[in-house]
Design a protein around this ligand. Structure first.
Ligand SMILES: Cc1cc2nc3c(=O)[nH]c(=O)nc-3n(C[C@H](O)[C@H](O)[C@H](O)COP(=O)(O)OP(=O)(O)OC[C@H]3O[C@@H](n4cnc5c(N)ncnc54)[C@H](O)[C@@H]3O)c2cc1C
Ligand SMILES: Cc1cc2nc3c(=O)[nH]c(=O)nc-3n(C[C@H](O)[C@H](O)[C@H](O)COP(=O)(O)O)c2cc1C
Ligand code: SF4
Length: 645
């Protein structure tokens, strides 16, 4: 049988025929304007995914009521928003895909956003002791429930008016409906709380109400948690019962997700998770219902094809893989697997989607997310001979984009291998999948005949000898040391060198630094049974630029689970042959240490850029050598710069 034949076969949800089994799942991308109007950028983003071959496109959630509206999202709480949704729907249709609208009231998910908008309440089914007085929680009365039910039904009527081919009810991750379904959050004692039937009543009434409103011709799916992924929360056994109730009420498919987002990281599983963590639960739910079952969460095209062919689920909901490569469905259909830009589940997109101050959503492997109109590049007005110094991500990406624009590029790397720091990242046990990015870039450079020279350090002399029209400096960053007595002792090593296998760690190990790399190294050591302690000058993950919340929580949970001792808010004063010295309440403490692993940040390596200043050569710098950040920043800066040369 042909590869991907199960995934690419047509499928049906209710009355809706889809050309394949790939659904783009809802993702809030903050691409609407501040007042909730669709932007050209938003339309281009969805059009690209529809052109890319997915059967059904679900844009970001639509708030059913004004109190659930966030700036930069597109709501459906008023008739005035119908035209904007229609605009997106028309574009998706024209590009050859079907279009669904996800209805949502944010409820407790406001906790995940971290900011409660002025005047807003956090709607909950019932109050609980953990809901502190510092936040404006509001327990829904039965009258409130009827009112919100009305909002969902009215929003569904608007979705129909906007031309949606399907309506998806958001009932997972801790939103309002999901909170009613959860035994941990819903402690009501009336007919909306208690047993499974009662807790499902609100969701059931919404499904029945929508069905009555929109008629039989418009399919309705319900996205539920198969598990809340927390002790005392919803289990898959109960979720299966809920799925049956919702099916009987009129749902045409059950879409399976999981995790209460303010406590669990399962809903958007990042790199430490195995592939398809929710597939086994979706399979159990499929056994409980007759309607199709959809599953999301780190499901690659390969896994999706397998689990559909095995009859475990019927459809795959893909989120991040279609951010990373909107053309993924077309590419696998055409057998161009090597050209797929694979999602590496780093979650940089989630960070940028939830922090709108830093610009629109960005992706480590696809700098054109939300900038679709800027791609493909325009050919360069003047073709140049460009020398790129440094073969890390920034240098490789620059070489690729400049070649695409028609320049003649030579890429130089001082080590024997391309990849730079990314190769070190890939050596971490949870990040083996990161190699997909460097593999893709290497393949591209080779296929397109880009001249690559390894083992050669570029200096100002080399540049003057080669006489290029322009130089791109992409010399990256190096790990920082600690400026304290004893930091140069032989048992003090860099985290990078340890990860890369250049040096070993023995005895009692102290990891200095509590951001991602420090946390990952400590976990790795502890999982090997080593004696490890973390010392960090701020809270875990707090020092420097804000970390992505889901990945942070996944790692922090693991540190707690492994019982790794931590000394937080502790600045190292000195390292001796036997200890790391920290202050605590006017006293000095000596933490025994036979090996000290430093993970205290990066400093830009910009010596070459400085040397080239004033030589009358066109010089550009990109990547960590400008400012050490992350792969999505590198990728975005490289594409932006390449467009200007
Ligand atoms: C352990 C680890 C984990 C990480 N995890 C993540 C993560 O999960 N998510 C994320 O987004 N980012 C992560 N990062 C950061 C990410 O790897 C970097 O932001 C990114 O790789 C920087 O790319 P770059 O090309 O700018 O720099 P580098 O990767 O530093 O590349 C610079 C290259 O230039 C070469 N070079 C230097 N000087 C010269 C010269 N004069 N001539 C020729 N070559 C030269 C160097 O040898 C090097 O190969 C991680 C980094 C590490 C070390
Ligand atoms: C940036 C971002 C925003 C998301 N917003 C939503 C949303 O509005 N509604 C929803 O049901 N799920 C949302 N999700 C979850 C995705 O729909 C999807 O279930 C999840 O990313 C796991 O699938 P994936 O591994 O294919 O990305 C979001 C995920 C991301 C990465
Ligand atoms: S930023 Fe990372 S997780 Fe998000 S889509 Fe891109 S590669 Fe995937």
């Amino acid at each position: 049988m042909r590869q991907f034949s199960a995934l690419l076969q047509p499928g049906r949800i209710g009355t809706l025929q889809l050309k394949n089994r790939i659904i783009m799942s809802a993702m809030g991308t903050a691409l609407a304007d501040e007042n909730g109007k669709a932007t050209d950028r938003m339309v281009a983003y969805y059009t690209a995914r529809a052109k890319g071959g997915a059967g059904l496109i679900t844009p970001q959630f639509a708030a059913v009521s004004a109190d659930s509206f966030f700036a930069y999202t597109l709501p459906l709480c008023d008739d005035k928003f119908i035209a904007d949704w229609r605009r997106i729907g028309d574009a998706v249709h024209e590009a050859g895909a079907k279009f669904s609208i996800q209805l949502m009231h944010v409820g407790l998910l406001l906790l995940y956003s971290g900011v409660v908008p002025h005047g807003a309440s956090i709607l909950v089914p019932s109050m609980a002791p953990w809901m502190g007085k510092d936040k404006p929680y509001h327990e829904l009365s039965e009258n409130d429930i009827d009112r919100y039910l009305g909002y969902y039904i009215a929003a569904a009527a608007r979705a129909k008016a906007a031309g949606a081919d399907l309506i998806d009810l958001h009932a997972c991750h801790g939103c309002l409906v999901s909170a009613f379904l959860s035994p941990l959050i819903n402690r009501r004692t009336d007919e909306y709380g208690g047993n499974v039937e009662n807790r499902t009543r609100f969701a059931r009434r919404i499904v029945e109400g929508i069905r009555r409103e929109v008629g039989q011709g418009l399919p309705l799916t319900v996205r539920i948690n198969a598990s809340d992924d927390i002790e005392g929360g919803l289990t898959v056994e109960e979720a299966a019962q809920q799925a049956r109730i919702l099916e009987a009420a009129g749902a045409d498919a059950v879409s399976v997700s999981g995790g209460l987002e303010f406590w669990s990281t399962l809903s958007v599983p990042s790199y430490p998770y195995p592939e398809g963590p929710m597939v086994p639960m979706a399979e159990k739910i499929k056994r409980a219902v007759k309607v199709p079952v959809i599953v999301a969460g780190k499901v690659s095209a390969e896994l999706g094809d397998k689990v559909i062919s095995e009859g475990k689920v019927d459809f795959i909901a893909m989120g991040r893989p279609l951010l990373a490569d909107p053309e993924l469905p077309n590419r696998i259909r055409e057998g161009r697997l090597d050209d797929v830009r694979r999602c590496i589940y780093c979650n940089n997109c989630l960070k940028s989607a939830t922090d709108t101050s830093a610009g629109p959503i960005s992706c480590s492997v696809n700098p054109f997310v939300a900038r679709e109109a800027k791609y493909p590049f325009k050919p360069a007005a003047k073709r140049k001979k460009v020398m790129v110094a440094g073969g890390g991500l920034a240098g490789m990406e620059m070489a690729m984009y400049l070649t695409e624009r028609g320049h003649t590029v030579s890429l130089y790397e001082k080590e024997k291998e391309l990849g730079g720091q990314w190769n070190i990242a890939c050596a971490l046990p949870g990040k083996k999948g990161y190699a997909a990015l460097t593999d893709y870039l290497k393949r591209w450079l080779e296929k397109n005949g880009v001249e690559v020279t390894l083992g050669m350090e570029v200096t100002s002399e080399t540049v003057q000898k080669k006489k290029p029209d322009a130089v791109v400096v992409a010399t990256g960053a190096l790990p920082m040391g600690l400026d304290v007595p004893g930091a140069d002792l032989p048992h003090v090593i860099q985290g990078h060198d340890f990860i890369a296998g250049k040096v070993g760690a023995k005895g009692r190990i102290v990891v200095v630094g509590g951001r991602f790399i420090g946390m990952e190294v400590a976990i790795w050591l502890k999982e090997q049974g080593k004696d490890v302690t973390i010392v960090t000058r701020a809270g875990l993950g707090e020092d420097g630029i804000k970390l992505e919340e889901f990945t942070f929580k996944t790692l922090a949970d693991r540190i707690v689970e492994l019982n790794i001792p931590m000394f937080l808010n502790s600045t190292v004063l000195e390292i001796t042959e036997k200890a790391v010295v920290i202050p605590m309440k006017n006293r000095l403490f000596r933490i025994p240490a036979d090996t000290v692993i430093l993970s205290v940040g990066m400093r830009s390596e910009n010596r070459l850029a400085k040397e080239l200043e004033g030589l009358g050569i066109e010089v550009h710098s990109v990547g960590d050598c400008v400012r050490a950040r992350d792969a999505s920043d590198v990728s975005y800066q490289a594409a932006k710069l390449a467009a200007t040369i």
